[in-house]
Design a protein around this ligand. Sequence first.
Ligand SMILES: *Cc1c(COP(=O)(O)O)cnc(C)c1O
Length: 381
Amino acid sequence: MYKHLISFIRKTFNEPDGFIPLHAPVFNGNEKKYVLDTIDSTFVSSVGKYVNRFEQMMCSITGAKYAVATVNGTSALHLSLILNNVQSGDEVLTQPLTFIATANAIKYVNATPHFIDVDTDTLGMSPEKLATHLAEIAEVKNGVCYNRNTGNKITACIPMHTFGLPLRIDEIVTICEKYHIPVIEDAAESLGSHYKGKHTGTFGILGTFSFNGNKTVTAGGGGCIVTDNQEIAHLAKHLSTQAKIPHTWEYNHDAVGYNYRMPNINAALACAQLEQLDKYIENKRELSNLYADFFKNDHHIRFIQEIEDAKSNYWLNTILLEDRTKRDEFLEQTNSNGIMTRPVWTLMNKLEMFQDTPRSDLSNAEWLEDRVVNIPSSVRI
Ligand SMILES: *Cc1c(COP(=O)(O)O)cnc(C)c1O
């Protein structure tokens, strides 16, 4: 079984018998040049020209007015919740199907993740499920949304564009506006993905990105907040640099800040990578077309494609197996043949830390958890 697929993947990646990873970075642009430049200049740390250049590039790529570089995507999410004034005891809506960082960031501010089901085509937060659930449990008093069952405030919503596939973000924003809930987009996986012609991460009040080693573009480690709101952008930069009041020699701080600023050496790597983003996306979309074509007559495996009006970066290509047994068989056979494949994350609501948190009906996420598998998706050189 799966012999045909395994040889197709080997041929596609031009790798006759070696190991094929899920996603490996490619460094064949200005990476070495820029990183060496930071070393030669001695500006490797939190001040330097590449951080500014990185932020400018992120503005032009996403179309956002402001971009603030951070040490990683998790810190960008943490800061975002602080910037939106999420308080201890509040509830924050998010998906059960996401990487742990989304739910952890909510815990960092002592808030509680409140899980909303996903759609089975986008793997992202479902507008229908959100609307139904809020109609059941939410009420707005004096411009603040409350969970009627728990009495807690619901002060943010973090949908996530899973594997680069854009979710129905415009509908999520419209529903949340009705309930006065600000939307923070976790766009960690969707750099270069667009919905209705607009870059993911720019629909809500702000969006966050990750530049970890396994993402479409890497800084080694890095993150970014994008927003059109000047006040939020300024505060993001301030809080990410220890809330230090700028002065040539004095050290004064007007808040409890964080050491969350991206170092120049990481920004240098990211700049060189961002220069190649268009090429990467083209390459990745070409790969997704090859997969789509390969699976099109397969009655047992479904290849997940972007919905109408969406343009995915296809960060990680995704298939659906028929059930959990078939999924495990597939994982066993591909991995034992040197082809790295991976199931989706264990749902957040099943983890010990989040077991007793509020939630909507999660039947779609549960159905997907048994079936989703990621297949090799690196940029091919
Ligand atoms: C990668 C990722 C993050 C965290 O980014 P780091 O840079 O690793 O901290 C957050 N959310 C999602 C959905 C991710 O995939």
